[in-house]
Design a protein around this ligand. Structure first.
Ligand code: ADP
Ligand code: MG
Length: 236
């Protein structure tokens, strides 16, 4: 009962949020679940970076996002906070299966994202896993089936969606493509196209890159619906 009241309050705060007018630089001024707020506080994140201040309010409202900001600008939290909030507000449980998928170009980057997720998500009850190969497909498959949030590389993830019985992306709420420019540079276009075919079009999609290139806009055209553009440049 208490939790239901908290959730209604949170939903009302998100309804009231005007993403274009949001001008605070503090995580505390965003309508976030207690669990996410506690995770951010534990990790000593208090002040929003520019890309976070612009992208998180839009993403909390459910918009698709095409974000570009240089390396080191804080893109990881710009998508991990909305991922946690999306599933929290949907009251996602282990029984609901895969709710969020985060695609990274390399295993190393996937591991880094996963570590940040574990830190800021520690007060949530979601299950989360990495799908980056290195183990047998079968070993990975057994753990995968119960996961709510997966951080993956494109090729390995596609293999599971094609081959792992009892595993699918039919309920997916939110898809993230991180380092979309590198995903394209590394030749993963076909794998990402095929992955997206396994996912419902009703999902929210957040696409981030360090650069804006023609190939990123090609990928965006295929995966985003009326995206909000968030582009953060260095002051000259
Ligand atoms: P990007 O993906 O844009 O290259 P990261 O998300 O990896 O950037 O963040 C770069 C660094 O900035 C990391 O060390 C991260 O912990 C730190 N960082 C990100 N957001 C914040 C924040 N709001 N406050 C303080 N440090 C932050
Ligand atoms: Mg990054």
């Amino acid at each position: 009962k208490r939790n239901q009241e908290d959730l209604s309050k949170l939903n009302a705060s998100v309804d009231e949020l005007d993403p274009k007018a949001f001008s605070s630089k503090n995580f505390a001024d965003l309508p976030l679940s207690q669990a996410t707020s506690d995770g951010l506080r534990d990790s000593h994140f208090e002040t929003l970076t520019d890309v976070q201040a612009r992208a998180i309010p839009l993403a909390l409202k459910g918009s698709d996002i095409l974000g570009a900001a240089k390396t080191g600008s804080g893109k990881t939290l710009a998508f991990l906070v909305p991922v946690l909030e999306k599933l929290f507000r949907a009251q996602w449980t282990e029984l609901d299966g895969l709710g969020a998928l985060i695609i990274s170009p390399t295993r190393e980057l996937a591991v880094q994202i996963f570590e940040v997720l574990r830190k800021i998500g520690r007060h949530h009850t979601f299950s989360a896993g990495l799908v980056i190969g290195g183990k047998s497909l079968k070993e990975e498959a057994e753990r995968l089936i119960r996961m709510n949030i997966l951080v993956c590389t494109p090729g390995r993830m596609l293999q599971h969606l094609d081959q792992t019985a009892g595993f699918n992306g039919d309920n997916l709420q939110i898809l993230v493509l991180d380092e979309a420019d590198r995903i394209m540079d590394m030749g993963f276009q076909a794998a990402v196209d095929a992955l997206v075919e396994h996912l419902p079009t009703s999902r929210q999609t957040l696409l981030f890159s360090a650069t804006q290139s023609k190939r990123v806009s090609d990928l965006a055209r295929l995966s985003l619906k009326e995206p909000e553009y968030v582009s953060v440049h260095e002051a000259a």
